[in-house]
Design a protein around this ligand. Structure first.
Ligand code: SAH
Ligand code: SF4
Ligand code: F3S
Length: 462
């Protein structure tokens, strides 16, 4: 990190020598991990003396932080890269960087090398902390640079960060994934699990609470394996309990929790800890045991349902969400309908649903996949229909009630000018004063639909 600071300093002197402040554009695809990584990239760029823009034509540096989870995510990035040829043609000194999960794949790097010659720098998630050095090399040596070798998982602490909100913050507690679900690219692009030191996490959360952040989400591909690679014996539940001791008025959330190692201890800890939001994202992926096994998920439908029952027993108001994949290779209609029946049984508050997308290099991509896309779409539509009905019913149940919300932003909508979240993470559109942003409020729920609640702030009696 010391060395990186020297490169940052050199780049800063370079920027200071210009007659205007250089501008950077950072475009982010993918999950919260990437959002958190982009905030670090912006932190580094800011220390290099850059301002920010959203206009590619105005940018001196463009950073595209990519996602490889499904083919669509990759297509969008190639589309953007294609459009950026114009910006670069008009501004030849512009530097274009491609980073994130897609960039870590050799096939992608090769394609960019030969077909997207306007891209100057390519680096994967593990090289993120070396961004100042990489950028410095591109500038001083005036050459294209590809840094995607598998680097062995180190964890850099003390990277600068630009947070986009004053209310919500992301804190990565671990990087990488060891689970190798058979459909998933993440373990190949993000490397093995590495947990951050608990003391560093506690310091970061404490700092955020002191700065006034009220909604802090701990991030990891499988937070339940936190600490397994560390000495000291602190597991994820212990970490939550330790964070909960930090005084202040705030919520702690986390994602993602893998059902194979979600424990009673975790649910008991959640139930007991005052600051831990009663919200759980517990991706099931499928409701059929044969498919779960083929996915290498290492739990059964029955075990999963048992966990949900226990979690709800100790947290009756728990808000529960999940991820689901429809159309895994070889999945039959009956197996897909097992997933639909599980969804009926669990009654999730909301779902993130995906049609299987083959990822080259993963075991599932080699399996025969006889079902036609149109057929999978029918199963998918059925699942959505069921979940939309359930979400609408659950939301209807809030109408007339008073909920505690954290008002996090303006909505831009004249009828409901404020946006807020309940403890469980449900979206509530609100009427009320602008000054409420960044504070907790009591709100009366007036209306609801499939996706959100609508209500008014109840003025506090002071
Ligand atoms: N670590 C998290 C998931 C991160 S990816 C977890 O294990 O839950 C987010 C979601 O994308 C996954 O839960 C899965 O539902 C979906 N996904 C991953 N790979 C996919 C693929 N090849 N096709 C379709 N959906 C996929
Ligand atoms: Fe992918 Fe499975 Fe790891 Fe989640 S736990 S990131 S789905 S391999
Ligand atoms: Fe995408 Fe990488 Fe996240 S593949 S979903 S950005 S971990």
């Amino acid at each position: 990190m010391e060395r990186q600071r020297e490169f940052t300093e050199k780049l800063r002197r370079r920027a200071d020598a210009l007659d205007r402040r250089p501008l950077a554009m950072v475009d982010t695809f993918g999950c919260q991990q990437n959002v958190a990584d982009s905030q670090r990239i912006m932190g580094m760029l800011e220390e290099m003396g850059c301002g920010f823009t959203e206009d590619p034509m105005a940018a001196d540096i463009i950073v595209i932080n990519t996602c490889a989870i499904r083919e669509n995510a990759e297509k969008r990035v190639y589309g953007l890269l294609g459009r950026l040829t114009h910006a670069k043609a008009a501004k030849p000194e512009q530097v274009i960087c491609l980073c994130g999960c897609m960039a870590q794949q050799r096939t992608v790097a090769d394609k960019v090398r030969s077909s997207y010659r306007h891209v100057d720098l390519v680096f994967g998630p593990q090289a993120l902390w070396r961004f100042p050095e990489l950028l410095h090399t591109v500038y001083t040596q005036r050459r294209r640079l590809f840094s995607i070798d598998d680097e062995h998982g180190s964890i850099a602490e003390g990277m600068p960060v630009v947070r986009e909100s004053r209310v919500k913050a992301w804190v990565s507690i671990m990087y990488g994934c060891n689970n190798f679900c058979s459909y998933c690219i993440v373990p190949y692009v993000r490397g093995r699990e590495r947990s951050r030191d608990a003391a560093a996490i506690l310091d970061e959360v404490r700092g955020l609470v002191e700065e006034g952040y009220k909604d802090i989400t701990l991030l990891g591909q499988n937070v339940n394996s936190y600490g397994k690679d560390l000495e000291g014996g602190m597991d994820f539940a212990d970490l939550l309990a330790a964070i909960d001791e930090i005084p202040g008025d705030y919520y702690i959330r986390f994602m993602t929790s893998h059902p194979k190692d979600a424990t009673k201890k975790l649910f008991d800890t959640m139930a007991r800890c005052h600051h831990v939001a009663k919200q759980l994202h517990l991706p099931v992926q499928s409701g059929n045991d044969r498919v779960l096994e083929a996915m290498n998920r290492r739990y059964t439908r029955e075990k999963y349902l048992g966990q949900v029952a226990y979690a709800r027993q100790v947290m009756p108001d728990l808000v529960l969400t999940s991820d689901i994949i429809i159309g895994f290779p070889g999945e039959t209609e009956a197996e897909a309908m097992d997933t639909v029946s599980l969804v009926e049984q669990v009654r999730y508050d909301a779902l993130f649903t995906f049609i299987y997308s083959p990822r080259p290099g993963t075991p599932a991509a080699k399996l025969p996949d006889p079902a036609a896309r149109a057929e999978k779409q029918l199963w998918f539509d059925k699942l959505l229909e069921v979940q939309n009905r359930i979400s609408a019913e659950i939301h209807q149940g809030y109408v007339g009630k008073t909920v505690r919300v954290l008002v996090d932003a303006e909505s831009g909508d004249a009828r409901w000018p404020l946006q807020s979240r309940t403890e469980g993470g449900r979206l509530v559109h609100l009427t009320g004063p602008r000054e409420a942003i960044g504070t907790f409020a009591e709100a009366k729920v007036l209306d609801s639909n499939t996706w959100a609640l609508f209500g008014e702030i109840i003025p506090s009696k002071k």
